[in-house]
Design a protein around this ligand. Structure first.
Ligand code: NAP
Ligand code: MG
Length: 490
């Protein structure tokens, strides 16, 4: 444990391993534990429960019971009030939660604070939707018939999230799922479960009915149990494309539960020679290396029009090599990678890349005195070979490629030459050209003269193998409701 842990964090870490089921923490699983590790110094933080089949069953039974008996009797306004209260509790504890997140995930403290503020905004946004889930009345062939529709919750939903934005990804799913009147089972990633456990306390304090939210820690096996379960109506997933495929297959071979997927990305960031250069330079370092590259939307493929390649490359090199790398709670610019596996993965792409592309900067691990963590320097490769793994595959680390292009048509083809389709950036002062390019890009979100902008009201999700369904905004309500048509003969 780090010497400077605040007393409330120390007390939180020392609590027994636990799962939230049916409105109470349970900890009757002592032999089936795994550790949470601080990625900034490889130190032990806490033990967590590996939820097994009986835990998953108990969680599903509790959620089903709550769905039938209590949650179905809540009004939308009542649910909205609960979400609003949860938002206020989260806001009250932002600092503590940010420190827990920074410890567990390694991200710089100020970025963890931003995640928490964003989670508060999401909860408030969906608190507002809870009493606005309207149906329609539909005129049909016979005036004696009255037809109306209702938007109803799905029932019990499983929510599986990754480690890169642990609490925020959980809230992206919980907020709309709860607003729509569902009962939820959240499974955080095994490497970053602590903020979800803290959230469990806030959910109890906010007064949600027992069983409306369960929190099950555990590795991929717990996720697998959820995805195969016969009494879960929907699975909301954020993670890799490889696991996304397994989730769909599990649905097909079990009860055809609804599935929504937010998956990987390899996003192009296109810079034309007529781009607003000061804005590009201000954005480029962060759109490439934010969160140490562990973000699905980052512009990991930079395409620069030939005439401006040199100044762009210089600006990126200057900016990126000036970034501070260090322990999250010391608030550097970039923290460590999440674990050894991720460090190995990044290193192996980089080593292979060195034999096939030109390494411009970085390309190695970093030593941080007194912090023996998983640190890797921001790295840039220059290449015009679109067939390289570096260019085609999601690395999910601080590794970016820069390539040059001449023509609009050419760069659209290069940008789309990937199975992913999550996000893209276009930089040009010719807005008409930029809008044409945006229209042709196969991506669920395109930023023109900006990058990585988000708001709870704006839908987000992938084209192609980057996912299905849209989270955030009004679109997320579709993910957590189903429509019923009711016919009345008058
Ligand atoms: P991952 O390995 O796919 O894991 C995601 C979640 O699924 C974790 O909770 C994981 O548990 C769980 N899981 C693992 N195997 C499972 C299985 N067979 N069945 C059900 N659940 C299973 O992804 P990751 O490495 O944590 O996260 C990185 C990936 O997420 C990247 O590809 C990134 O692009 C993607 N991502 C996408 C978005 C988006 O919005 N599109 C956002 C963030 C991240 P354990 O961790 O406990 O094994
Ligand atoms: Mg951890």
């Amino acid at each position: 444990m780090h010497a400077t842990h605040l007393p409330p964090i120390k007390a939180f870490l020392e609590r027994p391993p636990r799962l939230l089921i049916d409105g109470a923490w349970t900890n009757d699983h002592h032999e089936n534990l795994f550790p949470s590790i601080d990625p900034g110094n490889k130190m032990f933080l806490a033990n967590l429960v590996q939820a097994d089949a009986s835990d998953v069953d108990r969680a599903v039974v509790a959620a089903r019971k709550a769905f039938r008996k209590t949650v179905s009797k809540l009004t939308g306004a009542g649910i909205g009030a609960l979400l609003w209260r949860l938002a206020s509790l989260l806001e009250r504890d932002v600092e503590l939660l940010a420190q827990i997140e920074s410890l567990d995930n390694g991200k710089p403290l100020r970025n963890a604070r931003m995640d928490m503020q964003s989670a508060v905004h999401h909860l408030r946004y969906y608190a507002g939707w809870a009493d606005k889930l309207e149906g329609a009345s539909i005129p049909v062939h016979d005036p004696r018939l009255l037809v109306y529709t209702r938007r109803e919750p799905l029932g019990v939903v499983g929510l599986i999230v990754p480690w890169n934005f642990p609490l925020l990804m959980a809230i992206w799913k919980l907020a709309p799922a709860l607003a729509c009147g569902n009962c939820c089972i959240l499974k955080p990633a095994e490497s970053t479960s602590l903020s979800a456990l803290y959230l469990g306390d806030l959910i109890l304090e906010a007064g949600f009915p027992s069983g409306m939210v369960q929190i099950l820690t555990g590795d991929g096996r717990t996720g697998e149990l959820l995805s195969h379960h016969m009494d879960i109506n929907k699975l909301g997933f954020t993670g890799s494309t490889a696991v996304g495929r397994k989730i769909m297959a599990a649905s097909a071979s079990s009860n055809l539960k609804r599935v929504s997927l937010e998956l990987g990305g390899k996003s192009p960031n296109i810079i034309f020679k007529d781009a607003p250069m000061d804005q590009v330079k201000a954005s480029l370092v962060w759109s490439s290396y934010y969160n140490s590259g562990q973000e699905c939307t980052l512009g990991s493929r930079i395409y620069v029009q030939k005439e401006v390649a040199e100044p762009i490359l210089d600006a990126l090199a200057k900016g990126a090599t000036g970034l501070t790398l260090g322990y999250g709670l010391n608030d550097p610019d970039l923290g460590p990678l999440i674990h050894q596996g991720q460090l190995d993965r990044v290193s192996s792409y980089v080593e292979e890349g060195k034999t096939k592309a030109e390494l411009v900067f970085g390309g190695e691990t970093a030593e941080i005195p007194n912090y023996d963590g998983f640190y890797f320097k921001p790295t840039l490769f220059y290449t015009n070979d679109a067939s390289l793994a570096l260019v085609k595959e999601e690395i999910f680390g601080p590794v970016v490629t820069l390539s040059v292009f001449d023509e609009v048509e050419e760069v659209i083809n290069l940008a789309n030459a990937t199975p992913y389709g999550l996000a893209a950036g276009v930089w040009s002062n010719d807005l008409s050209k930029a809008m044409q390019v945006a229209r042709h890009l196969e991506a669920g979100v395109v930023w023109i003269n900006g990058y990585d902008l988000f708001h709870p009201a704006v839908p987000f999700g992938g084209y192609k193998e980057s996912g299905m369904g849209r989270e955030m905004g009004k679109s997320a309500l579709e993910l957590y409701t189903q429509e019923k048509a009711i016919w009345i003969t008058t």
